[in-house]
Design a binder for this molecule. Structure first.
Ligand code: AMP
Ligand code: TRP
Length: 326
């Protein structure tokens, strides 16, 4: 049997090239050899305040980008989390079993809440919903960034705890972390991650950015005062630009360093702009086309949600029977 894969991205802002290189690109490669579900996790997005109109737009845009980047609805199940109520239902049930102390250890919550005066219970409970996403489909593997590893490990602990009480209810999932390009950094500040937040548009290259915007952003990207162009962790700006170049061009580090020997940062930035524009233009154009036909996109997502509900039903029945509900 093919391995079951589940992953998702929050529609909490515009998608950037880090999301593409670090996540979606890998998903496209795995969909042939696995039985995959790719979700627009909108219920996770509302753990922090969202503008309703923007959220609605971001959900559609994210789904359109999944398809435009090559996720094939005939091979994978693509859907919006809130259209499959079993996610919330299972999350509630898990809530009633997860010890408070396990949740209090989650570093992402500690980081996110420390920066805020006020935050919702949803933000604290985020990992329980993520565990429900994964366990609902008896998932084997979860491709995620390094920062989500702790949440997948929590998911494993929850599944093992419930299985030890009630027998074989859940499959124990494995996290899968990509090796290269797992972390694309900000163009304006290469010591922080490229991120979806709209506060610093110069930080990120968005998938929907037009070529002239990409050119300007790369031209202004932070480098350093040295001259040699090489992969070096201690020079985060240049290292980041070269990493993006490597992932977009598919060339080896050795070939790239040889190619840029004796050249200047302005050459690197010009050539980087070309490979990024080549990579993103077809995706942006296809996503724009998909977004224009509102009904066709809605239908595709509805079909995905129906398929997902069919896959979720046996797990829900099993869980409810195990704990004495229903
Ligand atoms: P997020 O944007 O944090 O919701 O993450 C969605 C997916 O994109 C996750 O699988 C992340 O690992 C990946 N991702 C997010 N930001 C980056 C980044 N700067 N570099 C590489 N991958 C990223
Ligand atoms: N928390 C993940 C992130 O921010 C998104 C997510 C939600 C997810 N549910 C998931 C990822 C289930 C993998 C599996 O990146």
């Amino acid at each position: 049997m093919k391995k079951r894969i589940f992953s998702g991205i929050q529609p909490s802002g515009a998608l950037h090239i880090g999301n593409y290189l670090g996540a979606i690109r890998q998903w496209v490669q795995t969909q042939d050899k696995s039985d995959s579900l790719f979700c627009v996790v909108d219920l996770h997005a509302i753990t922090v305040p969202q503008d309703p109109k923007e959220l609605h737009q971001n959900i559609r845009e994210l789904a359109a980008i999944y398809f435009a980047a090559g996720i094939d609805p005939d091979k994978s199940t693509v859907f919006v989390q809130s259209q499959v109520p079993e996610h919330s239902e299972l999350a509630w049930i898990l809530n009633c079993f997860i010890p408070m102390g396990w949740m209090q250890r989650m570093t992402q919550f500690k980081d996110k809440s420390a920066k805020k005066k006020q935050f919702s219970i949803g933000l604290f409970d985020y990992p329980a919903l993520m565990a429900a996403d994964i366990l609902l489909y008896q998932t084997d593997a979860v491709p995620v960034g390094e920062d989500q590893k702790q949440h997948v490990e929590l998911t494993r602990d929850i599944a093992e705890m419930i299985n030890s009480k009630y027998g074989d209810v859940f499959k124990i999932p494995e996290p899968v972390i990509p090796k290269t390009g797992a972390r694309i950094m900000g163009l304006d500040d290469p010591t922080v991650k490229m991120a979806k937040s709209a506060e610093k548009p110069s930080r990120s290259i968005y998938i929907m950015d037009e070529p002239d915007v990409i050119k300007k952003k790369i031209a202004r990207a932070t480098t350093d005062s040295e001259t040699e162009i090489c992969f070096d962790q201690n020079r985060p700006g240049v290292n980041n630009l070269l990493t993006i170049y490597q992932l977009c061009s598919g060339k080896t580090q050795k070939d790239i360093e040889a190619h840029f020997q004796g050249k200047q940062y302005s050459d690197l930035k010009r050539e980087l702009t070309d490979v990024v524009v080549d990579k993103l233009t077809p995706i942006r154009e296809e996503a724009t086309k998909i977004l224009k036909d509102k009904k066709a996109l809605d239908d595709m997502l509805l079909k995905g949600a129906e398929k997902a509900r069919g896959l979720a039903a046996p797990t829900m029945n099993k869980v409810k029977a195990a704990i004495g509900l229903g």
